[in-house]
Design a protein around this ligand. Structure first.
Ligand code: WTA
Length: 661
């Protein structure tokens, strides 16, 4: 069989438009029939005894020593889970599968950008993890020392993380697309003792030097005593005597004997820097026992994973929390077979993802709404070139998904037979928090649906009172959960201030606005810092964007609040049109009216700027801050994390044109 659903673009447009009015999508029958969780009992059980319920899930891990207490709240908001217990993340991810005779199972079908393929088994991962752990130990890395990792999407990145976990050295992975300046900053903040990196990285047929860039700043980070260099392209690079080692040579010489260190449940597993509302990134600290409990349970049950049969693919980069939890730790702890892809979604062509789904027989696919919108823009011919019939579940993460993208994903990629789980969570939460259990909870496109068992969110007003259903408020989590962050690295004050000052020590402040509907479904509106106030009406930029994007001629939109003499703030929308369409006055009116229809007149953008691109971070998030800078005529802030820095010049021009027109 070829392709999923074959329809003409025109026919599809019509069918999708009709679907926009459909509110709920029941779990597909065939899927539901064989699903892991097939009834509501988990919700009831967790509601009655949340700690007992989580403790039961923690038993799915291998513990060297049992815990004494499930949850210690005595020092809230510094919570402890499974205190007294001892375990090791790399043992749970690797050894236990190998010991159970599953060493030959493929952990990663790795695919390089130029079409190279490597199947890495659990046994191979374990062998290399042990050897690299010994290399780090030989270089004096002790439990508690931070090790930086700056690697592309190659199997060695998993080895590096697991080697750190094995010896209790928290890793600090920096996304491969970050600038050297950002890497330096993160190494400085975390006082990293070693750094694992590559000679060069590849992107869309080009090679970028990494090691020489890293060398430029290493002098400024005296804590780094060791640099391990993976030969990725084999380019000639300078190596500093006594400090730098080639990965392949080092592990070749190292012993394969390295028992996993029994670590406290609260031993730090990693620090991961993420952007906050201020310029200084926050070092989110995750520990071992609770984190593994959370990611293992959610990965297995949200994705309905059957490790013996499924082929799972999360298209994120390992440098983000999604990669930590749902490329490395979750899938490996669960003994899954995954795809790991080095490259871009449009190289060598725009069908590469679907080619890989067909080639490896991917059954579970997890990606971001922004990627789905890109695919919509490229057209249905790309997925239609491939057989996607093995897929049985689709997931999204990272931002609210607009119903149009949800429907397209469900219909074109999922062939109307796969549930789509919209998973809400954060770097801070460690694991998925709000999402359907796919066989039990019907989907409503645009809603992450209900909290998972053992998770207790609420929508509060500024004073901390619950707002009535249907009204927008601040999302909060009212009970601790095992995979929650434990601290900000070496900054407990900022931890308390950021998350536990607004509603007190026992209620986690999320930073998102949300509303809950009468069915108990959560609708995430967006970050509270992206709220626009038009004539006293609070509007979310994400909500307006979703409305604009649901116009059939629109591919993508970014909305900001602009100072406005009359209304306080007004909405400016940067709009990317579908295909070759060009902006016109008539289209402006159409889009405004469309928004008025979907949300209300007050949400109509005052200003529309047609553009071919908007500034995005390398993880695909629109950087509204930069759009606001343009709109307010300010000097541009930091553009170094942009995927395409060139886009800003173009936009400044367009904005000026639209102002004078
Ligand atoms: C947003 C990514 C709506 C949200 C795992 C959150 C979402 C922030 C969703 C965290 C979703 C993530 N629906 N919004 N399904 N998933 N978000 O730390 O605003 O990179 O606070 O973690 O992304 O982003 P982070």
């Amino acid at each position: 069989m070829e392709g999923g659903t074959k329809v003409s673009a025109e026919q599809l447009e019509k069918e999708l438009a009709e679907l926009l009015d459909r509110e709920t999508f029941e779990p597909p029958e065939e899927f539901a029939a064989g699903a892991l969780v097939s009834d509501e009992s988990a919700y009831a059980e967790a509601e009655k005894d949340p700690e007992g319920w989580w403790a039961k899930q923690a038993e799915a891990l291998d513990w060297f020593e049992p815990w004494d207490t499930v949850l210690d709240e005595s020092d809230a908001p510094f919570y402890k889970w499974f205190a007294g217990g001892k375990l090791n993340a790399s043992y749970n991810a690797l050894d236990r599968h190998v010991e159970a005779g599953r060493g030959d199972r493929v952990a990663f079908h790795w695919r390089g950008e130029e079409g190279e393929e490597r199947d890495v088994t659990y046994a191979e991962l374990l062998r290399d993890t042990k050897r690299l752990a010994n290399v780090l130990k030989d270089r004096g890395v002790q439990p508690g020392d931070v090790v930086g990792i700056f690697l592309p999407m190659i199997p060695e990145v998993a080895v590096a993380m697991l080697a750190c976990a094995r010896i209790g050295a928290p890793h600090n992975v920096v996304f491969g697309g970050f600038s050297p300046e950002s890497v330096k900053e993160r190494m400085e903040f975390s006082e990293a003792k070693a750094l694992i990196t590559v000679d060069c990285a590849r992107r869309k047929g080009k090679v970028a030097a990494i090691k020489p860039d890293v060398d430029e700043f290493l002098g400024d980070v005296p804590s780094i005593e060791t640099v391990v260099v993976v030969r990725n392209t084999g380019a000639d690079v300078d190596m500093q005597e006594g400090r730098d080692l080639f990965y392949d040579e080092a592990i070749e010489a190292a012993s394969e004997d390295c028992p996993a260190e029994p670590l406290d449940a609260e031993h730090p597993l990693y620090v991961l820097y993420t952007s906050g509302s201020t310029a200084k990134p926050k070092g989110i600290l995750h520990t071992t026992g609770g984190y593994l409990t959370g990611i293992a349970w959610t990965h297995r049950h949200v994705f309905d994973l059957r490790p013996d049969d499924d082929v799972y693919w999360c298209s994120a980069d390992v440098g983000w929390v999604t990669g930590h939890s749902y490329i490395v730790y979750g899938p490996l702890v669960n003994g899954a077979t995954s795809v790991m892809y080095e490259g871009a979604p449009d190289y060598p062509d725009k069908d590469i993802w679907w080619e890989l789904c067909e080639r490896y027989g991917v059954t579970l696919f997890y990606t971001a709404p922004t990627a789905i919108r890109a695919c919509i823009k490229w057209g249905i011919e790309y997925p239609q070139r491939h057989d996607l019939s093995k897929l049985r579940l689709l997931g999204t993460v990272g931002e609210p998904i607009n119903p149009k993208a949800w429907l397209w994903y469900w219909k074109i990629i999922g062939g109307e037979r796969c549930p789509v789980v919209d998973t809400w969570w954060q770097t801070e939460t460690g694991a998925i928090m709000i999402s359907a259990l796919p066989a039990v909870v019907p989907a409503k496109p645009g809603s992450a649906t209900r909290p998972l068992p053992g998770v207790f969110p609420a929508v509060l007003d500024e004073e901390g009172n619950e707002v009535p259903d249907g009204e927008q408020g601040l999302l909060a989590i009212t009970r601790p959960w095992p995979s929650m962050l434990r601290n900000l690295f070496k900054d407990p004050e900022r931890y308390k201030e950021t998350y536990f000052s607004k509603f007190g020590d026992t209620t986690y402040f999320v930073g998102d606005a949300a509303r809950r509907d009468e069915d108990g479904y959560f609708w995430i509106v967006g970050r509270v810092d992206d709220v626009v106030n038009v004539s006293g009406h609070r509007l979310s930029t994400a909500e307006v964007e979703s409305a604009i994007v649901s116009h059939p001629k629109v591919a993508e939109a970014a909305v900001i609040g602009q100072q406005d003499e009359d209304t306080g703030q007004s909405i400016a929308a940067f709009v990317i049109l579908e295909g070759d369409l060009e902006g016109s006055e008539q289209l402006e009116t159409e889009v405004r009216e469309h928004v008025a229809r979907r949300i209300g007149k007050l949400a109509r953008p005052k200003r529309i700027i047609w553009t071919a691109d908007v500034p995005k971070t390398r993880s695909g998030k629109i950087m509204r801050r930069l759009l606001r800078d343009i709109a307010e005529g300010r000097e541009l802030g930091d553009v170094t994390t942009l995927r395409e820095p060139g886009v800003m010049k173009d936009l400044e021009g367009k904005f000026a044109d639209s102002e004078s027109s």
